[in-house]
Design a protein around this ligand. Structure first.
Ligand SMILES: Nc1ncnc2c1ncn2[C@@H]1O[C@H](COP(=O)(O)OP(=O)(O)OP(=O)(O)O)[C@@H](O)[C@H]1O
Ligand SMILES: [Mg+2]
Length: 624
């Protein structure tokens, strides 16, 4: 993040340098003015920034800061085009650490509004006010810092004023402009006033811890609680920040904030890299949420490609794409259950309400038995400490994954063995993030108890994810096993399907499919993936052909393969209405804790939810 440099004199840039700076319109609407003025305040080292607006910023934008101020003799220079204190040479431009560097903003604003600059530097006897229209300078009262007032934006260019939207819309854009700054500068306080009323106020939060607080202030508590921390280095790129879990995704892409060396950017490489990290867990049009800060050597990124500096160009976009993708992917892969167990908001066990008055024996040995005695445990608990019995139960459970077994021998046993190692022991019931199974509800949900309250697991969805992740791991890069069909399935194909089938034989083969032409308009499916042999071969072939036609063959293999695996997993996963024993349920919970991305099923829906004691208490109006 940019640190204020010792202040230099404002000078006009040499012509050669001017010609190298991305030129173009910088002021489109009030929010562009706000962005430029807040940039300047931050560059001046401000700790408190106050924005006052009238009429959505169209009638007045005033930005007050407590930064270093502008010496009186430089006030008129500040309004000149290509006059800046931030760079003097091309080398400076290549490693620029300030928000500004063009010396363009104030001149541009001054040319389309009625503007004034009021500023005072440390040690000056008074402040000075510069009238942007007349160029007149006179002493005035003010503490150290600067106030820039911009009145009647576009007053002399009615055509441009005409393009502005309603005051409310322009106000929203102005707030958004400050929000982008606020998310990256937690140590600075911001206040926004509109028509004399305060509309946003974000207090300063110094230090690392304060930063989460700032995110919560600006984006809401929900953003923080439903996102994971990111701190990931990949070559020269360091990615930090927070990325939302898939269930925090939104219909619009309005909570995607990316910064490069402290500068807010809109960049396709970054957006795409982030999106691809969610490929496996977010389906449809849902938009992930994130606030991510990329740090890299300034020479690896060109900030001088767009007049408003909102776009950048990376020296190596691949490295940035990869860094984004891997940073988010890794962070999301950690099952949230693990994160919960490590967090300090766990309800202490003693806070669990005492239910013993419900039980016939005065001191129930554990909450488990308390629940049992109330007749709420539907499973059998008799083998909780008998690994051999549990193993047998598990084998029975995973018997449903027969197809999976064919594909990846030893797979089911792997799960069973892995699970048996971690069989729950009564005295450690509270050590598992997803808790200890207490019942199965209507053959659909597993209910478990942990220190925070109740855990509800969608058993099919959870198992589907576990099977899918295991399959992906097992398959690695090898090709999918295929099985010839006794009778080839033929279908009337479109010209595009004919074409794709002919051009992509090798890719199809890799996916376990053999599709060839029977006639000029008919295709025949001759082989399908072994594990999908029971399914509709034509439907499968057509959807794969459609995918292939749309995408570049190199990426489709990976994606389509995952889709096929997902379909397999769905067939292989334990079905609803299957009665599970407590051991089976506990084994599933332990597997979830250990499986990457187990918080969502393959369709992006959550696999489990925590219902806290507080929520339960609220349901029963306890403690009111
Ligand atoms: N709030 C402020 N506090 C102190 N100095 C300021 C402030 N605003 C502007 N200045 C001075 O005025 C100069 C011109 O500002 P202007 O925004 O036009 O250009 P810039 O910030 O240098 O570059 P850019 O056009 O990229 O924003 C700055 O270089 C800075 O020295
Ligand atoms: Mg500037």
């Amino acid at each position: 993040m940019s640190q204020p440099q010792p202040r230099r004199t404002i000078r006009e840039l040499p012509d050669v340098l001017i010609s190298q700076i991305a030129a173009g319109e910088v002021i489109e609407r009030p929010a562009s003015v706000v962005r430029e003025l807040v940039d300047n305040a931050l560059d001046a080292g401000a700790r408190h920034i106050t924005l006052r607006l009238l009429g959505g910023g169209i009638r007045l934008i005033s930005v007050e800061d407590d930064g270093c101020g502008i010496p009186v003799e430089e006030l008129p220079v500040a309004l000149k085009r290509h006059a800046t204190s931030k760079i003097v040479s091309l080398e400076d431009l290549e490693s620029v650490a300030t928000m500004g560097f063009r010396g363009e903003a104030l001149a541009a604003v001054n040319s389309v509004s009625d503007m004034s600059l009021l500023s005072r530097t440390e040690g000056a006897a008074t402040a000075f006010l510069l009238d942007g229209q007349t160029g007149e300078v006179r002493p005035a009262a003010r503490a150290v810092g600067t106030t820039v007032e911009v009145k009647e934006l576009f007053f002399s260019t009615p055509a441009r004023r005409h393009f502005l939207k309603s005051e409310n819309t322009e106000l929203a854009h102005c707030i958004e402009a400050v929000r982008r700054h606020a998310l990256v500068r937690a140590e600075v306080s911001f206040a926004i006033w509109h028509e004399g009323k305060i509309v946003e106020q974000w207090r300063s939060h110094p230090g690392e811890a304060g930063w989460n607080q700032r995110l919560a202030d600006v984006l809401g508590e929900d953003f923080v609680t439903s996102s994971v921390n990111i701190d990931f280095r990949s070559g020269p790129v360091h990615v930090r920040g927070r990325a939302g879990t898939p269930d925090a995704a939104r219909a619009r892409a309005d909570q995607q904030f990316a910064y490069v060396n402290g500068r807010f950017v809109r960049d396709k490489v970054i957006t795409h890299g982030a999106r691809s990290a969610y490929e496996d867990v977010l389906h449809g049009q849902r938009q992930p949420v994130y606030v991510l800060y990329l740090q890299m050597d300034p020479t690896r990124v060109d900030v001088n490609v767009h007049p408003t500096k909102i776009e950048v160009r990376f020296r190596d976009s691949r490295e940035v794409h990869q860094a984004m993708r891997h940073a988010i992917e890794r962070a999301l892969a950690v099952p949230r259950a693990q994160l919960i167990s490590g967090s300090d908001n766990i309800r202490p066990q003693s806070a669990t309400p005492d239910m013993s008055f419900l039980s016939p024996t005065p001191s129930a040995p554990s909450t488990q038995s308390t629940w049992s005695q109330r007749g709420m445990a539907f499973g059998t608990d008799r083998s909780a400490e008998d690994p051999a019995k549990a193993m047998a139960d598990l084998k029975a459970l995973w018997g449903n994954t027969q197809q999976v077994e064919e594909r990846a021998p030893g797979f089911a046993q792997g799960i069973a063995a892995g699970a048996s190692k971690q069989l729950p022991q009564a005295h450690t019931a509270h050590e598992w993030p997803l808790g200890r199974a207490i019942a199965q509800l209507q053959g659909v949900y597993i209910l478990a108890e942990n220190s925070q309250g109740l855990i509800v697991v969608d058993m099919h969805a959870a198992h589907e994810r576990i099977v899918y992740e295991r399959l992906k791991q097992q398959l690695g890069t090898t090709q999918i096993n295929s099985q010839p069909l006794l009778i080839p399935a033929s279908f009337a194909a479109t010209p595009q399907e004919m074409n794709t089938a002919e051009n992509c034989t090798a890719v199809l083969q890799q996916l376990g499919l053999e599709v060839s032409a029977l006639s000029a308009k008919t295709l025949a499916v001759r082989a399908v993936p072994t594990s999908l042999a029971q399914g509709d071969a034509v439907e499968l072939a057509r959807s794969v052909l459609a995918e292939l036609a749309q995408h570049d063959a190199a990426t489709v293999v990976q994606r389509a393969q995952n889709e096929i695996l997902a379909t397999m997993a769905c067939h292989g996963a334990v079905r609803a209405n299957r009665k599970l024993t407590l051991d089976e349920m506990n084994a599933l919970l332990r597997q979830m804790e250990d499986t990457e991305r187990s918080d969502q099923c393959n369709h992006g829906r959550p696999t489990w939810r925590q219902v806290s004691m507080r929520e339960l208490d609220a349901l029963f109006l306890r403690g009111r």
